[in-house]
Design a protein around this ligand. Structure first.
Ligand code: DX5
Ligand code: ZN
Length: 215
């Protein structure tokens, strides 16, 4: 079953509670955290995660686009994140493994994220330690960009690694996913699709969520 994780980066931040209620038929709330250093944009942080936690029962999928995520990972857990993902490019392998251990010690799920230029093999040190792997299908930093179809080989390669070494692990894609591109992601082996603009620009959001699942 394909899961949909709408990104609130495309929501109306002045009405975040209402915007989160609009996606209640989805499977996760995807929260994009940007620090202006790892990516050339600044979005939302710990206080916002804290505020949205009580307004939904959906799990919060917190995507950290920040340098040295080990410094903040536990605070996002305390703020109410259910799943915290860290970029493999954002620190040393040793520090990222420590960040993952800290997230687990908080009783939360953890995952690693790969930018488009990062090869599939970069997941190997983390493969057996995480509950989710996220493949970016745009350069992280902004919503509304075009889907990079050339990332599908990487998704296929990571699907094989997951099936062989950590079959319970989820495989998520993020960036430019819409009704025209969801099928390619699912066929390549992704089971969680992030969609920002494709969800929030839809007239009928529950209908769009069903369409993205391939229903
Ligand atoms: C990009 C973010 C994405 C983004 C997706 O850096 O990680 O989650 O919000 O937005 P769309 O679906 O519009 O590409
Ligand atoms: Zn994201």
């Amino acid at each position: 079953m394909v899961k949909i994780a709408p990104s609130i980066l495309s929501a109306d931040f002045a009405n975040l509670e209402r915007e989160i209620r609009r996606i209640e038929t989805a499977d996760y709330v995807h929260v994009d955290v940007m620090d202006g250093l790892f990516v050339p944009n600044i979005s939302i942080g710990i206080p916002v995660v804290q505020c949205i936690r009580p307004v939904t029962d959906l799990p919060l999928d917190v995507h950290l686009m920040i340098v040295e995520p080990i410094r903040y990972a536990e605070r996002f857990c305390d703020a109410g994140a259910d799943l915290v993902t860290v970029h493999v490019e954002s620190d040393s392998t040793e520090n990222l493994l420590s960040a993952i251990a800290k997230i687990h010690a908080k009783g939360k799920r953890s995952g690693v994220v790969l930018k488009p230029g990062t090869p599939a093999e970069a997941v190997l040190p983390f493969l057996k330690e995480v509950e989710l792997i996220l493949v970016m299908t745009v350069e992280p930093g902004f919503g509304g960009q075009s889907f990079m179809a050339d990332q599908m080989d990487k998704v296929r390669a990571i699907r094989q690694l997951i099936d062989r070494h950590n079959p319970g692990c989820e495989l998520e894609v993020d960036g430019g996913v819409g009704v025209d591109t969801c099928r390619a992601c699912i066929e390549a082996g992704a089971n969680v699709l992030v969609a920002g603009s494709a969800v929030y620009r839809a007239e009928n959001i529950p209908g769009r969520i069903r369409a993205l699942r391939g229903e």
